[in-house]
Design a protein around this ligand. Structure first.
Ligand SMILES: *Cc1c(COP(=O)(O)O)cnc(C)c1O
Length: 366
C-alpha cells in the first residue's frame, strides 16, 4: 500500500516545496527580520482597534464580493469600482489573473530574476513559464518584447522589480506596451509603488487607463503593513475585472482583512509617513553600503539589492551570525529589507565586520 498514490499533475514534480528557512538569532538578543520586505512597525492603534472589534464577528462569513473594500479602494484611486478586484494578497490576485488567462499551450513571459511566485503560479495555471534574463539587474524590455509569441497570454513587468529594486521608466515602458499584441494581458506588478520617488517611473494606473490589456496589481502587505492579513487588489478594464472576479476562491479575503484594509485607507497619512521614513533609510543604507565598497543596485522599493554573485552565501552567513536575517539568492545576490534605523544599523555593522574580518575572498584570493 505504501507505493499507492493517486495520479498527480506532472507539473507539481517540477516545483519546489514552499519552505521557510530557520530564523537567525544573534547571541545577544532578538532576531532582526530583514528578509521579507515587511513593514517593520506594528499596526497603527486605529487599525488594531478595528481588527479587534471585527474579531467578535468572525462566526459570520465575510462579504464574498468585498463590496465596501472595493468601493473604498476605487474612491481612493479615483477609478470606477467595476475596474477593481480585491484578492487574498496580491499573490492571490496574481493567481486569479493567471487562472483567467492560463491553460495548457499558453505561455507566461516574465523577467528573471523577478518575484518568486511567478514560476509556480504560471505552472499551476497550466502555462509554460518563459523567462527573459535581467540586464544589469534591470528589466530588458526589448528582449521581453522579442520573446512574445502568439502563444503568450500574459507578460509581467514587476516595477520596481523584486528582488533587485530597479525600475522601468516612462518612455521605455510605453514603447514596450505599444509592442505587446492587444490580445495579450500585461500585468504591472506594483507591490512597492508607494516607495517610488523617481518621477520618471510611471504610475501603472495612468498606463492602464486607455489600454484594456493592462492590469495593475498592488497590495496592502508592504506600505500599509498588513502582510499577515492578506489583501491585494487589481485595477483593470471593467470587462477584464468582471471575468477575473469569477476566479476568486470564495471568501478568500477574510473579514479582518477587509476591515483592516479599509481602516488603513482611512489612516493613510500616518502610514505614508512611515513609508517616507523607510525611503529616507533606504538612501542612508545605500550610501553606507557604497562607502563600505559593497555593490548595491539603485532601489525604489523598501529593500536594497546587493549583486554579490559568488560572495552571496558568505555574506548571508556573516549576516546570520549577527542575527540579521536577509534573503540570499545563491549565486546572484542578497536582498535586504529596509527596517527601523536600529535594524539597519545592525545590518550595516554586520557588513562592516564582514568587510574587515569575515570576507572569505580576502583570505583566499580568486
Ligand atoms: C511582496 C510582493 C507581492 C505581494 O504580496 P502579497 O503579500 O501577496 O500581497 C506581490 N508582488 C511582489 C513583486 C512582491 O514583492
Amino acid at each position: 500500500m505504501d507505493s499507492w498514490l493517486p495520479t498527480l499533475r506532472d507539473t507539481l514534480a517540477g516545483m519546489a516545496a514552499h519552505r521557510a528557512g530557520p530564523v537567525a538569532v544573534a547571541p545577544s538578543g532578538t532576531p532582526i527580520l530583514l528578509a521579507n520586505n515587511e513593514s517593520p512597525l506594528e499596526p497603527l492603534p486605529s487599525v488594531a482597534a478595528v481588527i479587534a472589534e471585527a474579531a467578535t464577528q468572525i462566526n459570520r462569513y465575510p462579504d464574498a464580493g468585498c463590496v465596501e473594500l472595493t468601493a473604498d479602494i476605487a474612491a481612493w484611486l479615483e477609478v470606477d469600482p467595476e475596474r477593481v478586484v480585491a484578492g487574498c494578497g496580491s499573490v492571490g490576485v496574481l493567481q486569479m489573473l493567471f487562472e483567467a488567462v492560463g491553460e495548457p499551450g499558453a505561455d507566461a513571459v516574465y523577467a528573471w530574476r523577478s518575484f518568486d511566485a511567478y514560476p509556480s503560479l504560471a505552472r499551476l495555471s497550466g502555462m509554460r513559464p518563459v523567462t527573459v534574463p535581467l540586464a544589469d539587474d534591470h528589466h530588458d524590455l526589448a528582449a521581453m518584447a522579442a520573446a512574445l509569441t502568439p502563444a503568450t497570454r500574459v507578460v509581467i513587468v514587476c516595477n520596481p522589480n523584486n528582488p533587485t529594486g530597479t525600475t522601468v521608466r516612462g518612455e521605455e515602458l510605453r514603447d514596450f506596451l505599444d509592442r505587446v499584441p492587444r490580445d495579450c494581458l500585461v500585468v504591472l506588478d506594483e507591490a512597492y509603488r508607494e516607495y517610488v520617488r523617481d518621477p520618471g517611473v510611471p504610475d501603472g494606473l495612468d498606463l492602464a487607463r486607455d489600454r484594456p490589456n493592462v492590469a495593475v496589481v498592488r497590495t496592502f502587505s508592504k506600505a500599509f503593513g498588513l502582510a499577515g492579513l492578506r489583501v491585494g487588489y487589481l485595477v483593470a478594464h471593467r470587462d477584464v475585472a468582471r471575468e477575473v472576479r469569477k476566479t476568486r476562491l470564495p471568501y478568500s479575503v477574510n473579514h479582518l482583512a477587509q476591515v483592516a484594509a479599509r481602516a488603513s485607507l482611512r489612516a493613510q497619512d500616518e502610514l505614508m509617513d512611515r513609508v517616507e521614513r523607510t525611503v529616507k533609510e533606504r538612501e542612508r543604507v545605500r550610501t553606507a553600503l557604497t562607502d563600505l565598497d559593497v555593490p548595491v543596485a539603485p532601489s525604489q522599493a523598501n529593500f536594497v539589492w546587493l549583486p554579490l554573485h559568488d560572495r552571496t552565501a558568505d555574506f548571508a552567513a556573516a549576516c546570520a551570525a549577527a542575527g540579521v536575517n536577509v534573503r540570499a539568492y545563491p549565486g546572484d545576490g542578497v536582498r535586504v529589507t529596509i527596517g527601523l534605523p536600529e535594524d539597519n544599523d545592525a545590518f550595516l555593522g554586520a557588513v562592516s565586520h564582514w568587510r574587515t574580518h569575515g570576507e572569505v575572498g580576502a583570505a583566499c584570493p580568486r
